[in-house]
Design a protein around this ligand. Structure first.
Ligand SMILES: Nc1ncnc2c1ncn2[C@@H]1O[C@H](COP(=O)(O)OP(=O)(O)OP(=O)(O)O)[C@@H](O)[C@H]1O
Ligand SMILES: [Mg+2]
Length: 277
């Protein structure tokens, strides 16, 4: 079921086109990733979708509401690339101030438990570590029980344990509440688990599809042969039959092999001729 639709969305800053005529369809319950390098236009897109800035042209519709509608704001949660929380207030005050803005805020204790905020609840936001801040940012974005959560590079700079812990909570929420998530990221592993990916470069969507279809369309499978003599060779192959043929032809000479589909990095590389980071 369609939740959000953006049509011919464009944003110009003076004479620079940051977002160039993009179309998006976000389905309910999906985990959607905007993947693109620095300056691609990801944050500008998120800022338009969340009503922070107005598009130069184009439409955004969510449940037949537009971004300037208060009802629209009530249905979304946003974690911005740079935090908007007050550094001088405690975690508690930041969250409670937010909760007071809504008629039906979520049960705060549940957020505290989910994001493990008990031990930092009274601490000033400005004195938290990067990973602790991100946990608070996300908890704050969920205060109004949003249907759609925007996450603009939430994991940049976080260690793998913190990233995993955050994703455990978000995946649990998706499972329990059907939460829809739009995420921007440079982390290809995060894009790998998406239901749908928009690849954005220089303000344009250069490809969009499910991960498996993108991989199928824009990459080949990679077969690495490890020879008895210690050498190795990487081959691109079309399908498993070709791989099996190569393996059986070389079965005497090789000691081991590796077979993997192309990754999202290969997809990006093949589309743009450059690495994503
Ligand atoms: N307020 C603004 N005024 C002028 N130019 C802007 C403004 N905001 C963004 N831009 C430009 O628009 C382009 C897209 O920026 P945006 O922040 O959307 O990229 P991004 O994909 O989020 O990049 P990053 O991964 O670095 O966060 C950039 O060239 C940026 O300089
Ligand atoms: Mg950005």
């Amino acid at each position: 079921m369609k939740l959000l639709q953006a049509t011919s969305l464009t944003k110009k800053f003076q004479n620079k086109i940051a977002v160039d005529n993009i179309n998006l369809t976000i389905n309910k319950g999906d985990f959607v990733v905007f993947l693109g390098p620095n300056g691609a236009g990801k944050s500008t897109t998120i800022n338009m979708l969340t009503g922070i800035i107005q598009p130069t042209s184009g439409q955004i519709e969510f449940d037949e509401k537009t971004t300037i509608n208060r009802e629209y704001r009530n249905k979304i949660g946003v974690v911005f690339q740079s935090s908007v929380l007050d550094a001088n207030l405690s975690v508690k005050d930041n969250i409670m101030t937010r909760a007071k803005m809504y008629n039906k805020p979520t049960q705060i204790q549940l957020l505290i438990n989910k994001f493990n905020l008990e031990s930092i609840w009274k601490q000033k936001y400005g004195s938290l570590s990067g990973g602790q801040r991100r946990r608070v940012d996300i908890a704050r974005a969920l205060v109004n029980n949003p249907e759609l959560l925007f996450l603009d590079e939430p994991s940049t700079g976080l260690d793998i344990q913190t990233r995993t812990a955050i994703w455990d909570v978000l995946n649990q929420l998706r499972h329990d509440t059907g939460l829809t998530i739009i995420l921007t990221t440079h982390y290809l592993e995060e894009a790998q688990t998406a239901d749908y990916v928009y690849i954005i470069d220089q303000g344009k969507i250069i490809a969009e599809d499910t991960v498996s279809k993108l991989q199928k369309q824009y990459t080949k499978n990679i077969l690495t042969l490890y020879y008895q003599n210690g050498e190795s060779k990487e081959l691109t192959v079309n399908d498993k039959n070709q791989a099996i043929k190569i393996l059986s032809d070389n079965s005497q000479a090789i000691s081991d092999f590796e077979y993997r589909p192309g990754t999202m990095n290969d997809v990006f590389m093949n589309l743009t001729g450059k690495e994503i980071r």
